[in-house]
Design a protein around this ligand. Structure first.
Ligand SMILES: Nc1nc2c(ncn2[C@@H]2O[C@H](COP(=O)(O)OP(=O)(O)OP(=O)(O)O)[C@@H](O)[C@H]2O)c(=O)[nH]1
Ligand SMILES: [Zn+2]
Length: 347
């Protein structure tokens, strides 16, 4: 029998409570999605685990979502999310591929060695800021770095309000600095490049390897038993860890507000340019160029802002447009093929 958790331990809070009528609260079951499969969702409620088959009438649901279920364990509705991570293939809602919902905090993990790059950090910050989850920058391998404090200060300079911590991910005392973001009912995810210490950090936080926790056995389509790791784990310290592979492959799509939040200093400066449509490239009265010349704005940071902006615009180009291009291309191939066939036949 697996352990059961209270709703609060699973992340329930007033934000969700106020979405329910009294009747729904009294007669329904509330359950959180912990694993998502092609045809099924695995849920946890305060009475244990539930399995829900996905059908075409259900909305787009992902790990971390809260669902209202009736007394016969049928889906009633999806509760509104307070944060969501998704890949938006185009502006249309239909093309939103959700990855995780209702995250409180994201640890952006970067090591204090070759991986340390402020531009990479700004990219992750843009993604996290877009969702409204709280970003915490965790700088690992402090024990291998000669001057971790000066690198930490460089990160802090990006934003004085940013939470920045440098640690040795193998050391319990160091990692305990992060406990305040892992309290009961708080949902957490980690992001960062390969090898920076994400697993090490989680294992130290947890005091034991997470890999042994919460495997779910189920039959696959061919009747074989497979074990799938849960995507949402309750950690020893009470925090909920969201561990979905999709989080590691996020691209910058539709992150305009994330860019504005991450580069608020640059956007504020741009407001002071003489021309509203200033391209910050040789125009008179350009506040950005003045700040760059005076050394008040870092060239690297400004170039990264432009680069991430271009990247997000490119990725956000609508799917419809891409599909239209694909159609034109396949029409062209067909006509070229037809042409070459006609030639071969000597027509
Ligand atoms: N000395 C030291 N070694 C660390 C620290 N953090 C991680 N390591 C080591 O770095 C290596 C990579 O750490 P992982 O935890 O596997 O990195 P990861 O980010 O999970 O990597 P992926 O699974 O590829 O995404 C391991 O050998 C760890 O022991 C640290 O703070 N100090
Ligand atoms: Zn300008």
């Amino acid at each position: 029998m697996s352990k059961t958790y209270s709703l609060t331990e699973l992340g329930w809070r007033p934000f969700f409570q106020q979405q329910l009528t009294l009747a729904e609260w009294e007669s329904g079951t509330l359950a959180r999605v912990v694993t998502q499969h092609r045809n099924q969702l695995h849920l946890l409620s305060d009475s244990g685990e539930l399995i829900l088959s996905i059908n075409a009438n259900m909305p787009n649901i992902c790990v971390g979502d809260w669902l209202l279920i009736d007394s016969q364990h049928r889906f009633v509705r999806l509760l509104e999310r307070f944060t969501e991570f998704g890949r938006k293939a185009s502006g249309s809602k239909l093309d939103l591929q959700l990855i995780a919902a209702n995250l409180d905090t994201v640890f952006i993990v970067m090591s204090l060695n070759q991986d340390f790059k402020l531009s990479r950090l700004e990219r992750y910050l843009t993604l996290v800021n877009e969702t409204g989850a709280q970003a915490v920058v965790v700088l690992t391998k402090a024990d291998l770095c000669d001057d971790p404090l000066s690198l930490q200060a460089e990160v802090q300079q990006l934003d004085p309000l940013l939470n920045v911590v440098s640690i040795n991910a193998l050391d319990n005392d160091c990692v305990s600095q992060l406990q305040c973001w892992c309290q009961v009912g708080k949902t957490l995810a980690v992001m960062g490049s390969s090898g920076v210490g994400k697993s090490t950090l989680l294992n130290t936080l947890q005091n034991q390897p997470l890999l042994n926790t919460g495997g779910i056995r189920e039959d696959d389509s061919k009747g074989r038993h497979t074990t799938t790791a849960r995507s949402l784990h309750v950690m020893d310290n009470g925090g909920l860890l969201m561990d979905t592979p999709g989080m590691r492959e996020l691209q910058l799509t539709d992150v305009e507000s994330g860019l504005s939040a991450t580069f608020a200093d640059i956007e504020a400066l741009a407001q002071c340019c003489r021309f509203g449509d200033c391209s910050h490239h040789g125009e008179p009265g350009c506040a950005i160029e003045q700040a760059l010349n005076r050394g008040e704005l870092d060239h690297r940071r400004f170039n990264n802002y432009l680069k991430l902006g271009r990247e997000q615009a490119l990725n956000t180009a609508s799917l419809a447009q891409r599909r239209a291009q694909d159609k034109t291309m396949s029409k062209m191939y067909r006509s070229v093929q037809g042409e070459s066939r006609r030639r071969k036949k000597g027509l």
